[in-house]
Design a protein around this ligand. Sequence first.
Ligand SMILES: C[S@@+](CC[C@H](N)C(=O)[O-])C[C@H]1O[C@@H](n2cnc3c(N)ncnc32)[C@H](O)[C@@H]1O
Length: 324
Amino acid sequence: MTINPVFTDATPIAAIDAEQQFRADVLAGLSAQQKFLSAKYFYDAAGSDLFEAITRQPEYYPTRTEIGILDKQGAEIAATLPARANLVEFGSGSTAKVRRLLVHLPDLAAYVPVDVSESFLRSEANALAIDFPQLAIAPVAADFTRAFTLPDGLSHGAVAGFFPGSTIGNFEPPQAAHLLAHFGRVLGRGATLIIGVDLVKEKAVLDAAYDDAAGVTAAFNRNLLVRIQRELGADIDLNAFAHRAFFNVAASRIEMHLVSRIAHTVTVAGRAFRFEAGETIHTENSYKYTIDRFRDLAAEAGWTPRAVWTDSEALFSIHALVRS
Ligand SMILES: C[S@@+](CC[C@H](N)C(=O)[O-])C[C@H]1O[C@@H](n2cnc3c(N)ncnc32)[C@H](O)[C@@H]1O
């Protein structure tokens, strides 16, 4: 057998003018009445490393719980995918989770990790190629919220999707429904989507998960400012901003903010932005769902529930959905 047939390093990478988009989004977000920045910008190389460190914090239950479900139920989850499928992972990050499925999918036609963090994407794809030498791996550097094309040369077999990590929770529910519909168009009619969704639970557990005692989530949040400073030429006093995260029960979401400790002005790409003391930049929402509420959202986007798996404490869920 050949080693990693079809695509070892010759995969076309979607061209995205990432820097221009970053500047436009940051300037627009800081100009809004409630200042905000998009959570997707957390993931530069340092942000990706910090996120991996968050997943190892004792308070951060989602990753280990989702991995626990994949370890226990991986064979059953993998069995919902069609034979010889091309498996597309949206926001692949560290490939720790998909590995739990790949061991049960020896006949997969190809694995297509899609991520905005190109250097991380490449290093993870290379590591995966070593551990799964027979697997065709076709990385795509793209923003999965936008139109992008799957690599040429994929087999004509079925296409399936994998979207773990409850990343769907980072979108406002109407946008989450749009994203699921977009995935449906990328994957095609009849496709299966395996998706991880964090569940509603006690506020204290949620608050702690996003404000770990070691301060790793705080560093992750502040890294957004470090990135803006480095990439856009900004004058930002990092110590002037504190991390704040809490579960907003009424909205069923974790909110993450950077809070200005003092009244001051920062300059980004030549533009000045005034902060009052206590004013915040809203950097992330992470919506938490019940199983039924998530199924309703998926149904709005054209997906029919096929199966769902949870851990024994019902902290986290993994759904298999089929596109009608
Ligand atoms: C929270 S991590 C989850 C990673 C992995 N799927 C997991 O569950 O462990 C989110 C990943 O998605 C990527 N990501 C976030 N927004 C994205 C977007 N709009 N397009 C492509 N990748 C994105 C990030 O770079 C990061 O690697």
